[in-house]
Design a protein around this ligand. Structure first.
Ligand SMILES: NC(=O)c1ccc[n+]([C@@H]2O[C@H](COP(=O)([O-])OP(=O)(O)OC[C@H]3O[C@@H](n4cnc5c(N)ncnc54)[C@H](O)[C@@H]3O)[C@@H](O)[C@H]2O)c1
Length: 344
């Protein structure tokens, strides 16, 4: 493990470490494109593998190589490893919608898992020993303690969460049998934007971009699902982590992998209520953002906040943008620069 590593200067750790060739699946998507940006800023070289089903060509960093391909296509994955040097893989490409996974479980328990296995088989076959998985807070559907630490009991909340957990289990076996060193990063709610890259999902399901769509006049109002939870204002509390902080955790985890595999919960460590997010967006945008109160959604717990002490202690990770205001402001700046999203 890395207990003796000195505390790192935030966002400059890449200077201290070996430069790597990184294959980033889903590097045209929201989080993968920002991870690409930060890996390149840290001096690494990046090949993005993406089928552009959700991602955007314009989101891919100009210094990265884009391979358009689908993870169902094992020959295309293999060709990528043959045609490009790869020292490490970051796997973001996935179906990502919890609700859709409840309707169409095979898309997730089948496709997400099979695609991950395809990628892992090529990774192992080509002798690559470092792998980072985008996992999720949806592993913790019935948390007994808050904040949620890595010791919390795993209870996937959906086929989506289960698909991530299955890949975590596969990784633990590949560590034992093939010496593949991995990090599983269980993200809470990614939010915000860098100057050049932001959130453009179709359909959009995340609170902050939905609230900003009201401010942009694309929606009439935002629905708050429940104001009778046992929280400070009755609405749900969630942990929003700035996308650059999330991406930076990948750079740090990559550099630490030679010291052994690791699993981290990754959030800001602070919870904000839905009503606080809306009020913050009102202040930043100057728009009244009408909100209506709807009923609670089944399966929405009152509070979900990450305990991220482990990654802070082991990797020296610290969120640089922990305040809700900075997170919403960065998203708003990006949406103002890109009123119709990428390339539209
Ligand atoms: N956004 C969040 O708050 C959040 C929270 C927890 C976990 N995650 C996980 O993080 C990862 C990235 O999420 P995101 O919000 O950036 O999603 P995203 O949809 O913006 O990005 C996913 C990318 O993968 C690509 N892709 C999908 N299926 C593919 C396939 N079969 N072959 C090749 N490319 C494919 C898409 O085109 C897209 O560019 C996902 O694995 C998601 O489950 C996200």
């Amino acid at each position: 493990m890395v207990a003796n590593r000195p505390q790192q200067t935030f966002y400059r750790s890449g200077d201290l470490f070996q430069k790597m060739n990184i294959l980033i699946t889903g590097g045209a998507g929201y989080i993968g494109s920002v991870a690409t940006e930060l890996c390149i800023a840290a001096g690494h070289k990046v090949v993005v593998f993406d089928n552009l089903s959700q991602g955007h060509r314009e989101a891919v960093h100009p210094d990265a190589v884009l391979v358009e391909g689908d993870l169902a296509d094992t020959a295309a994955i293999d060709a990528t490893f043959v045609n490009h040097p790869v020292d490490a893989v970051m796997h973001f490409a996935s179906r990502t919608l919890v609700g859709e996974s409840m309707q169409q479980p095979f898309l997730y328990l089948g496709e997400n898992v099979t695609n991950g296995l395809n990628l892992l088989q090529s990774t192992v076959r080509h002798g690559v020993k470092r792998f980072i998985l985008s996992s999720t807070a949806n592993l913790f559907d019935e948390p007994e303690r808050m904040p949620i630490t890595e010791e919390e009991r795993i209870v996937p909340g959906s086929p989506y969460g289960e698909s991530k957990y299955l890949l975590e289990r596969v990784l633990s076996w590949l560590d034992r049998t093939k010496s593949l060193r991995y990090a599983a990063l269980r993200y809470f709610n990614a939010a915000g934007a860098t100057a050049e890259r932001g959130e453009d999902h179709t359909p959009e399901s995340h609170l902050i971009p939905l609230v900003l769509e009201v401010a942009q006049g694309k929606r009439d109002k935002i629905t708050v699902f429940g104001n009778d939870y046992p929280t400070r204002d009755g609405s749900c509390v969630r942990d929003y982590i700035h996308i650059a902080d999330l991406a930076q955790a990948h750079v740090l985890a990559l550099e630490a992998l030679d010291g052994g595999s690791r699993i981290y919960n990754l959030g800001n460590g602070q919870g904000f209520t839905v009503l606080e997010v809306i009020e913050t967006a009102r202040q930043i945008t100057g728009h009244p953002i009408p909100a209506e109160i709807g009923v609670q959604r089944p399966g929405d717990p009152p509070t979900l906040v990450a305990g991220s002490d482990k990654i802070r202690a082991e990797l020296g990770w610290q969120p640089k943008f922990p305040n809700l205001r900075e997170i919403v402001e960065s998203a708003w700046n990006w949406h103002q620069q890109h009123p119709h999203g990428y390339g539209k």
